[in-house]
Design a protein around this ligand. Structure first.
Ligand code: PRP
Length: 205
């Protein structure tokens, strides 16, 4: 039995579709249930940012999680495979009418991703004051809370509709299959079998 932590929303849906295609069975959570058993798999439905904790503490053997979350949390997990779903970019967004001046003594950045932001700006020796927010990040520069944002961009609509534009792309993200080191040893055959199934499916898609 393999336990797999999935992040609620689009990535869980896309991942379960991959399982349906590979195993030719239905993989659907009942209404509000957070656990799904199908054959030798048990799926857990958790918050995106919580996937690494479930896998790291071995409540799940493997997980599916965005590269953005892995980079932000710097979790000690084994990255097995890029699933090619949940594609987005981590970008710096700035107001169109007020381009960012990177030579300011300090730039105020609003973001959910403090570590990614700190690392990126420190690698460029640009001093930043990070304002940690939990959502609606695009609002911050519009009301003077920050000069710019670091946020996820998928379609670009949220930035566009709020008068922001991408100043720089920090990196591209997508959902990755990860596992903890203990499960990778104790359930190596099962994990590698799943890895091979998914990899072959992605290659033939
Ligand atoms: C994410 C992200 C952007 C938006 C980008 O927010 O933080 O705000 O999606 O998507 P787009 O490029 O397709 O417009 P989310 O919807 O998760 O809500 P949040 O603001 O509450 O984090």
């Amino acid at each position: 039995m393999l336990t797999i932590a999935l992040p609620k929303g689009r990535i869980a849906k896309d991942t379960l579709e991959i399982f349906e295609k590979i195993f030719q069975k239905s993989f659907v959570f009942d209404d509000r249930k957070l656990i799904l058993h199908v054959g030798d798999f048990r799926f857990l439905l958790v918050r995106n940012q919580d996937v690494p904790a479930y896998v790291l503490h071995q409540s799940a053997d493997v997980g599916v999680v965005g590269l953005d979350v892995l980079e932000e949390q710097e979790s000690n997990l084994t990255r097995l495979l890029d699933l090619g779903v949940g594609k987005c970019r981590v970008c710096i967004g700035v107001p169109k009418i007020r381009k960012l001046d990177f030579s300011l003594p300090e730039i105020k950045i609003a973001t959910k991703m403090e570590n990614i932001t700190r690392k990126y700006f420190s690698s460029r020796a640009i001093p930043v004051n990070i304002i940690k927010l939990y959502g609606s990040i695009e609002l911050a520069p519009l009301v003077g809370l920050a000069d710019a944002i670091v946020d996820l961009v998928e379609t670009g609509s949220t930035m566009e509709q709020n008068g922001l534009e991408i100043a720089e792309t920090i990196f591209c993200s997508s959902a990755h299959l990860v596992c903890n080191k203990n499960s990778f040893i104790s359930k190596k055959e099962e994990i590698l079998a799943l890895y091979t199934h998914i990899k072959n499916y992605i290659l033939t898609k």
